[in-house]
Design a protein around this ligand. Structure first.
Ligand SMILES: NC(=O)c1ccc[n+]([C@@H]2O[C@H](COP(=O)([O-])OP(=O)(O)OC[C@H]3O[C@@H](n4cnc5c(N)ncnc54)[C@H](O)[C@@H]3O)[C@@H](O)[C@H]2O)c1
Length: 434
């Protein structure tokens, strides 16, 4: 343990990051910037090859940064024997829901099973993937100990959730405080040493379970509050009140109120998924997570509500949705990023298509509609100009990227359905808030 602590604190440790996605890549760059030797491990050979060639596959991470990392001794590999060279192993693999909306830990379990044959005494393993309380203790610990390593003596096990917010200009990997829970007191000491050079504030907690539940509370807090404000939006709409004006006014209260904004539905890898990790685990204790279920119900009804507003607005113009040309603005799940996971725009496009509309999209961050596991559109992004905008019966603003020219859209569109409050002070007859 002393040797490992010394290496971590001096910057001599070799850091292995497993899972080179939205979470893993920024972490790699942070450790590289501190001159640690870093190895990236991923089962996706295409990603490994791109990284070794100095290329990024995430829009907000510049390829120059990867090239610079490669120059500084970073390498990526799909070969798990590299585990042996590492002092720290940080796991950042996906934790989705399966088709029954239950936790799918298969990526985490496969990773742990792939690591174990190459483990050695004196390593620290940190799980960063979002998961339910008990995962580290119930799934990782027994697997490691059944390979004859005593956790807390031979190897050290921690859970430290990632709080990455892609596209956020105000915070980055190093400035977002990091929660860390250890399987034992010694594990926690090693975990803090692993992160304290890279992250400005490490927040130790008493167990891996506390750390796991902290991450879920953060995301459940968001999901529930977004559900509340989406419900308020429907009420405000019926009363002829602009919910965005109400939120902005309420946000002038200097205490006791936090602004959350309504939208066309939840998106991204975290907020629509993570709360249900707790729901599932709570069942083991005979408990129902009613706030989570209710927020899920309200939030997942949002795309239908938006489409109903769109149908009503077309109807006012004497048009039916069937056969109308609809351009969806923004298909990424949130503004200024290229990530489409769980994007409500895709649900909106499917609803429109199913009801007979001719659907296209425009997104400056997504030039081609990507291959998605459960969705298919053979489309490319439409460039916006006065001529192209005029061609559509309706523009549905689903993701309010800063790159859109909102004045041009308002000037030339026959109809805009604004789900993001971008036109909150505009009272033009062609803009409908939804
Ligand atoms: N994206 C975010 O903003 C964010 C924020 C906080 C927490 N998280 C959590 O972090 C975790 C990772 O999310 P992400 O967005 O980086 O996912 P991602 O899909 O962008 O990246 C995951 C990577 O893991 C790789 N992978 C899958 N199985 C593997 C295996 N067995 N061995 C090695 N590599 C494997 C994939 O090929 C992929 O490159 C998830 O639990 C997520 O909930 C994500």
């Amino acid at each position: 343990m002393c040797e490992l602590l010394k290496k971590l604190r001096s910057g001599d440790a070799v850091i292995g990051i497993i899972g080179l996605g939205y979470v893993g890549l920024p972490l790699i760059l942070r450790y590289v910037s501190l001159d640690y030797r870093v190895v990236g491990i991923d089962i996706d050979q295409e990603k490994v090859d791109m990284l070794n060639a100095g290329q990024s596959y995430i829009e907000h991470i510049a390829s120059e940064k990867i090239t610079e990392a490669c120059r500084k001794d970073f390498r990526a590999t799909s070969d798990f024997t590299a585990v042996r060279d590492c002092d720290a192993l940080i796991i950042c693999v996906p934790t989705p829901l399966n088709k029954y909306r239950e936790p799918d830990l298969s990526f985490v379990i496969q990773t742990v099973d792939a690591i174990i044959p190459h483990l050695r005494v004196g390593q620290v393993i940190s799980l960063e993937s979002t998961t339910y309380p008990g995962t580290t203790e119930e799934e990782l610990l027994p697997r490691i100990e059944s390979a004859d390593y005593k956790v807390g003596e031979d190897v050290f096990l921690v859970y430290s959730p990632e709080r990455e917010d892609p596209g956020n200009e105000h915070f980055n990997t190093s400035t977002i405080p990091k929660i860390c829970g250890g399987q034992t007191a010694k594990c926690l000491e090693v975990g803090v040493a692993l992160y304290e050079k890279a992250i400005s504030q490490v927040v130790p907690v008493s167990s891996t379970k506390v750390a796991e539940m902290t991450k879920l509370l953060e995301n459940i807090h968001r999901a529930v509050n977004i559900g509340l404000v989406n419900e308020m939006k429907i009420v405000a709409d019926k009363m002829g009140v602009d919910i965005h004006e109400v939120i902005d006014a309420a946000a002038t209260k200097p205490f006791g109120f936090t602004a959350y904004y309504p939208g066309p539905g939840l998106g991204g890898h975290c907020i629509p998924i993570d709360p249900f990790y707790l729901t599932w685990k709570a069942r083991e204790y005979n408990l129902h997570t009613r706030f989570i279920e209710l927020a899920g119900e309200v939030n997942s009804a949002m795309p239908e509500w938006v489409i109903n507003k769109l149908v009503w607005a077309l109807n006012e113009k004497g048009l039916s949705l069937k056969g109308s040309r609809v351009l969806v603005l923004g298909v990424a799940y949130k503004k200024n990023v290229d990530d489409m996971r769980e994007s409500p725009s895709v649900k909106l496009m499917e609803l429109l298509r199913d009801k007979g509309a001719v659907v296209q999209y425009s997104d400056p961050h997504v030039p081609d509609f990507p291959k998605m596991r459960a969705h298919y559109f053979d489309l490319q992004s439409v460039d916006l100009s006065p001529e192209t905008i005029r061609e559509y019966d309706c523009l549905l603003l689903a993701t309010d990227h800063d790159k859109f020219d909102y004045k041009m859209i308002a000037d030339y569109a026959q109809l805009v359905i604004d789900t993001r409050g971008r036109y909150k002070e505009t009272h033009l007859p062609n803009i409908i808030k939804a």
